[in-house]
Design a protein around this ligand. Structure first.
Ligand SMILES: [Zn+2]
Ligand SMILES: [Zn+2]
Length: 164
Protein backbone atom coordinates (compact mmCIF):
# COMPACT_ATOMS: atom_id res chain seq x y z
CA UNK A 1 0.00 0.00 0.00
CA UNK A 2 2.43 2.58 1.21
CA UNK A 3 5.14 1.69 -1.18
CA UNK A 4 3.00 1.87 -4.27
CA UNK A 5 3.32 5.50 -5.20
CA UNK A 6 6.76 6.66 -4.35
CA UNK A 7 9.35 5.67 -6.89
CA UNK A 8 12.92 6.68 -7.25
CA UNK A 9 16.43 5.35 -7.52
CA UNK A 10 19.46 5.82 -5.35
CA UNK A 11 20.75 8.46 -7.73
CA UNK A 12 17.41 10.10 -8.24
CA UNK A 13 15.65 10.23 -4.92
CA UNK A 14 12.49 12.28 -4.55
CA UNK A 15 13.04 15.45 -2.55
CA UNK A 16 11.15 14.17 0.48
CA UNK A 17 13.16 10.96 0.57
CA UNK A 18 16.40 12.94 0.35
CA UNK A 19 15.38 15.03 3.32
CA UNK A 20 14.37 11.93 5.26
CA UNK A 21 17.66 10.22 4.47
CA UNK A 22 19.58 13.30 5.55
CA UNK A 23 17.65 13.49 8.83
CA UNK A 24 18.14 9.78 9.41
CA UNK A 25 21.89 10.13 8.94
CA UNK A 26 21.95 12.94 11.51
CA UNK A 27 20.02 10.92 14.06
CA UNK A 28 22.11 9.62 16.94
CA UNK A 29 20.11 6.40 17.14
CA UNK A 30 17.46 4.36 15.37
CA UNK A 31 14.18 6.21 15.09
CA UNK A 32 10.60 5.33 14.36
CA UNK A 33 8.91 7.14 11.47
CA UNK A 34 6.96 9.15 14.01
CA UNK A 35 10.05 10.23 15.95
CA UNK A 36 11.91 11.04 12.77
CA UNK A 37 9.02 13.14 11.56
CA UNK A 38 9.01 14.98 14.88
CA UNK A 39 12.76 15.59 14.73
CA UNK A 40 12.46 16.92 11.21
CA UNK A 41 9.71 19.28 12.25
CA UNK A 42 11.83 20.60 15.10
CA UNK A 43 14.86 21.17 12.91
CA UNK A 44 12.78 22.78 10.18
CA UNK A 45 11.33 25.24 12.64
CA UNK A 46 14.75 26.81 12.85
CA UNK A 47 15.09 27.53 9.16
CA UNK A 48 11.41 27.95 8.35
CA UNK A 49 11.20 25.49 5.49
CA UNK A 50 8.44 22.90 5.51
CA UNK A 51 9.05 19.50 7.02
CA UNK A 52 7.51 16.50 5.28
CA UNK A 53 4.36 15.06 6.82
CA UNK A 54 4.20 11.67 8.45
CA UNK A 55 2.88 9.94 5.33
CA UNK A 56 5.81 11.21 3.28
CA UNK A 57 8.20 10.12 6.00
CA UNK A 58 6.66 6.62 6.03
CA UNK A 59 6.78 6.31 2.25
CA UNK A 60 10.29 7.68 2.07
CA UNK A 61 11.49 5.21 4.68
CA UNK A 62 9.89 2.39 2.70
CA UNK A 63 11.66 3.56 -0.42
CA UNK A 64 15.01 4.06 1.30
CA UNK A 65 14.73 0.59 2.81
CA UNK A 66 13.94 -0.91 -0.57
CA UNK A 67 16.92 0.85 -2.12
CA UNK A 68 19.23 -0.39 0.62
CA UNK A 69 19.94 3.06 2.02
CA UNK A 70 18.07 2.51 5.27
CA UNK A 71 17.38 -0.48 7.41
CA UNK A 72 14.19 -1.25 9.27
CA UNK A 73 14.60 -2.87 12.65
CA UNK A 74 11.83 -4.52 14.62
CA UNK A 75 12.46 -3.83 18.25
CA UNK A 76 9.58 -5.80 19.67
CA UNK A 77 6.82 -3.20 19.68
CA UNK A 78 4.63 -2.29 16.75
CA UNK A 79 6.75 0.56 15.45
CA UNK A 80 9.76 -0.26 13.36
CA UNK A 81 12.89 1.77 13.90
CA UNK A 82 15.04 2.93 11.03
CA UNK A 83 18.67 3.74 10.56
CA UNK A 84 20.70 4.91 7.62
CA UNK A 85 23.13 2.35 6.26
CA UNK A 86 25.84 2.36 3.65
CA UNK A 87 24.89 0.81 0.35
CA UNK A 88 25.08 -2.95 0.52
CA UNK A 89 25.64 -3.03 4.24
CA UNK A 90 23.38 -4.12 7.04
CA UNK A 91 23.61 -4.42 10.77
CA UNK A 92 22.26 -6.39 13.68
CA UNK A 93 21.28 -5.18 17.10
CA UNK A 94 21.11 -6.42 20.64
CA UNK A 95 17.95 -4.99 22.11
CA UNK A 96 17.44 -4.79 25.86
CA UNK A 97 13.88 -5.62 26.83
CA UNK A 98 14.17 -3.68 30.07
CA UNK A 99 15.67 -0.32 29.11
CA UNK A 100 15.09 -0.55 25.32
CA UNK A 101 18.66 0.41 24.63
CA UNK A 102 20.19 -1.23 21.65
CA UNK A 103 23.71 -2.14 20.79
CA UNK A 104 24.77 -2.37 17.20
CA UNK A 105 26.91 -5.40 16.46
CA UNK A 106 30.10 -4.59 14.61
CA UNK A 107 30.03 -7.66 12.45
CA UNK A 108 27.46 -9.85 10.81
CA UNK A 109 27.68 -13.19 12.54
CA UNK A 110 25.62 -15.05 10.00
CA UNK A 111 27.92 -15.51 7.04
CA UNK A 112 29.23 -18.80 8.40
CA UNK A 113 25.67 -19.99 8.98
CA UNK A 114 24.80 -19.07 5.40
CA UNK A 115 27.72 -21.18 4.21
CA UNK A 116 26.44 -24.14 6.19
CA UNK A 117 22.95 -23.67 4.78
CA UNK A 118 24.31 -23.56 1.25
CA UNK A 119 26.36 -26.66 1.83
CA UNK A 120 23.67 -28.68 3.56
CA UNK A 121 20.57 -27.48 1.76
CA UNK A 122 21.86 -26.03 -1.48
CA UNK A 123 19.96 -22.93 -0.49
CA UNK A 124 21.66 -19.64 -1.11
CA UNK A 125 20.57 -16.94 1.28
CA UNK A 126 20.23 -13.52 -0.30
CA UNK A 127 19.24 -11.58 2.79
CA UNK A 128 18.51 -12.07 6.45
CA UNK A 129 17.18 -10.28 9.46
CA UNK A 130 18.42 -10.81 12.96
CA UNK A 131 17.76 -8.86 16.09
CA UNK A 132 18.59 -10.33 19.45
CA UNK A 133 16.45 -9.56 22.47
CA UNK A 134 17.47 -9.87 26.07
CA UNK A 135 18.87 -7.94 28.99
CA UNK A 136 21.80 -5.57 28.65
CA UNK A 137 24.77 -5.61 30.91
CA UNK A 138 23.80 -2.65 33.06
CA UNK A 139 20.23 -3.87 33.53
CA UNK A 140 21.51 -7.29 34.47
CA UNK A 141 23.98 -5.81 36.91
CA UNK A 142 21.32 -3.56 38.38
CA UNK A 143 18.90 -6.42 38.83
CA UNK A 144 21.47 -8.72 40.31
CA UNK A 145 23.81 -6.36 42.06
CA UNK A 146 25.02 -9.09 44.35
CA UNK A 147 23.57 -12.01 42.45
CA UNK A 148 24.77 -14.98 40.51
CA UNK A 149 24.14 -13.53 37.07
CA UNK A 150 26.53 -10.65 37.68
CA UNK A 151 29.20 -13.17 38.59
CA UNK A 152 28.56 -15.01 35.37
CA UNK A 153 29.02 -11.86 33.36
CA UNK A 154 32.29 -11.10 35.05
CA UNK A 155 33.45 -14.65 34.37
CA UNK A 156 32.39 -14.36 30.75
CA UNK A 157 34.23 -11.09 30.38
CA UNK A 158 37.35 -12.67 31.75
CA UNK A 159 37.02 -15.52 29.26
CA UNK A 160 36.56 -13.27 26.25
CA UNK A 161 39.35 -11.08 27.54
CA UNK A 162 41.67 -14.06 27.60
CA UNK A 163 40.97 -14.94 24.02
CA UNK A 164 42.24 -11.63 22.72
ZN1 LIG B 1 19.03 -2.57 29.55
ZN1 LIG C 1 23.91 -10.05 8.84
Amino acid sequence: MLESKLVGTRKNLPKGAKAVLYALKQAPEMLSARDLCFRMKLSKLANESVAPGLTTVYRSLELLTRLGLAQAVSVGDSEKRYEAIEEGEHSHHLICKICNNNIKLKDCLLSSIEEIILREHGFSVSEHLLELFGTCKSCTLAANASGVVADQIIKLERKTGEKK
